[in-house]
Design a binder for this molecule. Structure first.
Ligand code: FES
Length: 81
């Protein structure tokens, strides 16, 4: 049996769903997190529907939120006097 995924970690897949049940791609999740400022899985589910099915994707969704919410919430660490 041959796996449909290649050894490069699905980097070339055209359909990289973060949530298969709702057909939400990782790009859609990242866009929602960065543009809407989402911070929790509940917020993501309310805005996109991702994670509202079998829940198998919750770990992956939380990871995407964690990665991209941090980068979008970076605040300056210096202050102007
Ligand atoms: S894969 Fe996301 S809810 Fe089932």
């Amino acid at each position: 049996m041959e796996s449909p995924c290649t050894s490069n970690g699905c980097g070339d897949c055209t359909e990289r769903y973060a949530c298969h049940c709702l057909g939400i791609t990782a790009d859609q999740v990242i866009q929602a997190v960065t543009t809407l400022g989402l911070r929790t899985l509940d917020e993501l589910r309310q805005q996109t529907g991702a994670g509202a099915g079998c829940t198998a994707c919750h770990r992956r969704l939380r990871l995407l939120i964690h990665r991209h919410a941090q980068s979008s919430s970076a605040s300056p660490i210096c202050s102007v006097r």
